[in-house]
Ligand binder design. Structure first.
Ligand code: NAD
Length: 349
């Protein structure tokens, strides 16, 4: 049995890494040893001033000192010290980092930008929590895939005959000034299905799913239009919310019909970094007739994978076998449930 708190290192402190790191700081079951930072920038400075220990490449020590950061040590020290490593490096860098991890013989959680072939399990909590126990290399699937799989696995894989999803993807995260498109709509696929369907199948192998995707000039969330052909009977949106264990929440579009308004809800709720951890399904787009379910949902790309990244740590470290206990714990960490509480009174719209 692993001793609590589990010592954690976060390798890469960008959009995802900083969110994992602060979630670890707020959870008594884990202890953040520190974060690996490669660029001496505003993110590093804020983290250092917030008391997060910064580990850097040997050749960058002076560059960090120049902006007023005294590094705690080199990155290899950080990785040595930790019992669990999160790799939150830019997509495709994790496979290169893996050479380092192979020598360390400790569990690593990779992110969705890595090729699934480098891990033993691609992961999404509502689908395959129990499959990560005791595994060495696990990958939390990407933001769009997490958004799709939460719906599919809440419906029950055995009840899903076929899925078709149109993904309208945000062009970049808020800090990524150089990514686009900035004034056009870009195809985000080379063929049909787009890679999102293939990614979903890394978790649910026999899933019959097709996806198409376009990227639009926005930094605020993805939008999915989903059509799910069910084998058995239809369900209603309240049942979907319930079986997602609160990870899917319905809001009527008369109250909020843009991703901008949804992010403002997160701001008004005082959510850390304005994060929306839940899939937001627009209530009035949810229909289920003749075993065909349709819905439109919004998925906050920066935040959606963070609960799954914390859930997975309980599994991979053998801390808890009951997925519902894990979800309940992690949901309360992120105040998942508050949106449901506020918007459940919308019934008369
Ligand atoms: P990012 O570019 O915001 O952050 C990556 C960080 O890693 C940067 O701070 C960079 O300096 C640092 N880094 C550089 N070299 C490194 C190395 N050798 N090892 C470790 N870190 C290094 O990227 P991100 O958006 O946080 O994405 C990280 C991963 O999460 C990717 O696999 C991505 O596909 C996935 N992901 C991203 C999003 C999103 O919306 N941004 C959502 C879900 C999953």
């Amino acid at each position: 049995m692993v001793k609590i708190p589990v010592k954690v290192a976060v390798n890469g402190y960008g959009t995802i890494g900083k969110r994992i790191a602060t979630s670890i700081l707020r959870n008594d079951d884990f202890k953040l040893v520190g974060v690996a930072k490669y660029t001496p920038d505003y993110r590093a400075l804020i983290a250092a001033r917030q008391g997060i220990k910064i580990y850097v490449p040997r050749e960058k020590v002076e560059a960090f000192k120049a902006i007023g950061i005294e590094p705690e040590g080199y990155i290899d020290y950080l990785l040595e010290e930790a019992e669990l490593i999160y790799d939150a490096s830019p997509a495709g860098q994790g496979v290169k980092n893996k050479k380092l991890y192979d020598k360390l013989k400790k569990p690593v959680v990779f992110q969705g930008g890595e090729d699934p072939s480098i891990v033993e399990v691609s992961y999404s909590t509502l689908c395959n929590y129990s499959s990560v126990q005791g595994k060495r290399y696990v990958r939390v699937v990407s933001c769009n895939t997490t958004g799709l799989l939460r719906i599919i696995c809440s419906l029950g894989v055995e009840n899903v005959k076929r899925v078709f999803a149109t993904i309208i993807r945000r062009a970049s995260d808020p800090g990524e000034d150089l990514k686009g498109p900035i004034n056009s709509i870009k195809l985000d696929l080379e063929q049909i299905p787009s890679h999102h369907a293939l990614d979903a199948k890394t978790v649910v192998r026999d899933l019959n799913i097709e996806t198409v995707a376009v990227a639009v000039p926005s930094t605020l969330m993805h939008v999915h239009v989903l059509e799910v052909f069910l084998k058995d009977k239809c369900i209603d949106v309240a049942t979907l919310e319930k079986s997602s264990q609160g990870r899917v929440v319905a809001i009527h579009s008369k109250l909020a019909d843009t991703t901008g308004k949804l992010i403002e809800i997160a701001r008004d709720l005082g959510r850390f970094r304005n994060d929306l951890y839940e899939n937001i399904v627009f209530t009035n787009t949810f229909t289920c007739r003749n075993n065909v379910l349709t819905l439109i949902q919004a998925v906050h790309q920066e935040a959606i994978v963070i609960p799954e990244n914390i859930d997975v740590a309980y599994g991979i470290m053998n801390l808890e076998t009951d997925v519902y206990r894990v979800i309940s714990k992690v949901n309360s960490l992120f105040s998942i449930g508050i949106i449901k509480q506020i918007f459940s009174g919308e019934g008369s719209i």
